[in-house]
Design a protein around this ligand. Structure first.
Ligand code: KIV
Ligand code: ZN
Length: 521
């Protein structure tokens, strides 16, 4: 019997975070997890505990602090992975789920694993049984399922369900599937495995977006028996990303005529807030024309459309923007606003802050309030983000002066403070560059004795107006091939750039000994 409740499994913090340059620190992950709980997703995949101490701690902390959703940790079908996931998930108690995976497709069996079908079956069953020792809630993923021989996939599903898996996920790992075919595969599995029909086990789908079909494939699967969809906020993830949570949820809600009786438990009014938070925390900008959450998603520029909207909104709008959280903007704060007003606005934005955090944010707020007339919600969020960094501030910016113009060689003078520096240590340098930003970065390189290659630079106005806070995000390669993200905000874009670069230098210095392992799926 098919029930019609769709479980939303959010993997923003695991598959989403695997996107190059999107890595988040513990506090950033925790803020995202708390917001996912407010969004009312059913499952949060918090990470891959065996992969690094950072992932282990993130899953453990989320399991301890975030109430409501099931908390999940990923593991390969190997004892040390399952043990790490089981340990990290302990604080979640009965809300803990272990997600074990093993590739099943011919190409992965032959070239990646060098294992025959019967060996794969044995390892999958063993992995599920081992995970069952920690929790009843076990999910199994035959990696690259969409390119696996359907008969073998049926065999795998039957075996892992018999071993105790309560969810079997059918990943389209490389984004190869097309909706009709993928839907038919899900129907075959549903029709072949009795436990999927009785509801004893659930079919899940996990689609990547290499052909831009991740959402379409997920929806086709739902129509054919899948009852869990794995997705990420803003569709972030490996390569072209994963199915976008907001698109899946809103398609089902908006097209109830087609998705007859299907429902997700998501609080759609939290969607925009979640999107913005994930974008800020992952440093991945949302494209303007992104469905549901892009700046233009509800902007009507043509006169004919505007006229129609004014007469009846539904003429050109299939969703109510307020339904996804594009709400009325709140009155901005000003330099006259007090600490209580700032604390209240932080709570409204969903940030859970200690008194000390609020104090530090309030001090920064006052600084910015002196420079600009209004401090908008996004300005405040940018300040919070600067505060969430748990990277030791080895270097901080003390003084910056740049000269530049169309007849001048751009020159920067930079003075830095170094944590624990002895008196008299040199802390000021000047450099010339191709532009004022280049000059400032060169001076920083000289002082910090690092040599970063700027691989990506993005500047965005955090809020509106000529005095808007500029937020700079840089991705820097310090010579080891890893991209380190840095962020900085200021009403002066050169200062924001220097702060962002310095942030990446500090991250690089603190990460030097803690590179992520290569076991990433
Ligand atoms: O894409 C994939 O196959 C995965 C699995 C680990 C579920 O992310
Ligand atoms: Zn994936």
């Amino acid at each position: 019997m098919k029930h019609n409740r769709i479980t939303i499994f959010d993997t923003t913090l695991r598959d989403g975070e695997q996107c190059p340059g999107a890595s988040m620190n513990l506090r950033e992950k925790l803020e995202v997890a708390r917001q996912l709980a407010r969004l009312k997703v059913d499952v949060i995949e918090g990470g891959f505990p065996v992969i690094s101490d950072g992932d282990f701690t993130a899953v453990q902390t989320i399991a301890r602090e975030v109430k409501g959703p099931i908390i999940c940790g990923l593991a390969r079908c190997v004892p040390k992975d399952i043990e790490a996931a089981g340990e990290a998930l302990k604080p979640a108690g009965k809300r803990g789920r272990i997600h074990v995976f093993l590739a099943t497709s011919k190409i992965h069996r032959e070239f990646k694993l060098g294992k025959a079908q019967n060996e794969i079956l044995r390892l999958a069953v063993e992995g599920v049984k081992r995970a069952k020792a920690y929790t009843d809630n076990v999910e199994f993923s035959p990696e690259d399922a969409s390119r696996t021989e359907p008969e073998f996939l049926v065999e795998v599903c039957k075996a892992v369900v018999a071993a105790g898996a309560t969810t079997v996920n059918i990943p389209d790992t490389v984004g190869y599937a097309v909706p009709e075919q993928y839907g038919a595969l899900i129907k075959t599995l549903f029709d072949s495995v009795r436990e999927f029909q009785t509801g004893k086990a659930v079919i899940s789908v996990h689609c990547h977006n290499d052909l831009g079909l991740a959402v379409a494939n997920s929806l086709a699967a739902v129509r054919n028996g899948a009852r869990q969809v794995e997705c990420t906020v803003n569709g972030i993830g490996e390569r072209a990303g994963n199915a976008s949570l907001e698109e899946v949820v809103m398609a089902v809600k908006t097209r109830q005529d087609f998705f007859d009786g299907f429902a997700c438990g998501v609080n759609t009014r939290e969607i925009v807030k979640s999107s913005r938070l994930v974008s800020r925390m992952s440093s991945l900008v949302v494209q303007r024309n992104k469905a549901i959450v892009g700046e233009n998603a509800f902007a009507h520029s043509s006169g004919i459309h505007q006229d129609g909207i004014l007469k009846k909104r539904e003429t050109y709008e299939i969703m109510d923007p307020e339904d996804v959280g594009w709400g009325k903007t709140q009155l901005p704060l000003t330099k006259h606003s007090g600490r209580a007003a700032v604390a209240a606005r932080l709570r409204h934005l969903g940030f859970k802050m200690t008194d000390a955090d609020v104090g530090a944010i309030f001090a920064k707020f006052k600084e910015i309030g002196d420079k600009k007339k209004f401090v908008y919600d996004d300005d405040l969020a940018a300040i919070v983000e600067g505060q969430l960094t748990d990277v030791p501030e080895t270097w901080t910016l003390d003084y910056l002066n740049v000269t530049s113009g169309n007849q001048t060689v751009p020159t920067a003078t930079v003075r830095l403070k170094k944590a624990g520096a002895k008196a008299g240590e040199p802390n000021q340098e000047a450099a010339i560059g191709d532009g004022p930003v280049d000059a400032a970065l060169k001076a920083i390189d000289r002082l910090t004795k690092t040599r970063g290659k700027l691989m990506d630079y993005a500047l965005r106005a955090v809020s509106q107006g000529k005095d808007a806070l500029g937020e700079v995000t840089v991705k820097v390669d310090f010579g080891d091939g890893n991209l380190i993200t840095g962020k900085g905000a200021s009403t002066d874009v050169i200062e924001a750039s220097a702060r962002a670069y310095l942030n990446s230098v500090n991250r690089h210095l603190s990460d030097r000994n803690g590179v992520r392992s290569s076991a990433q799926p």
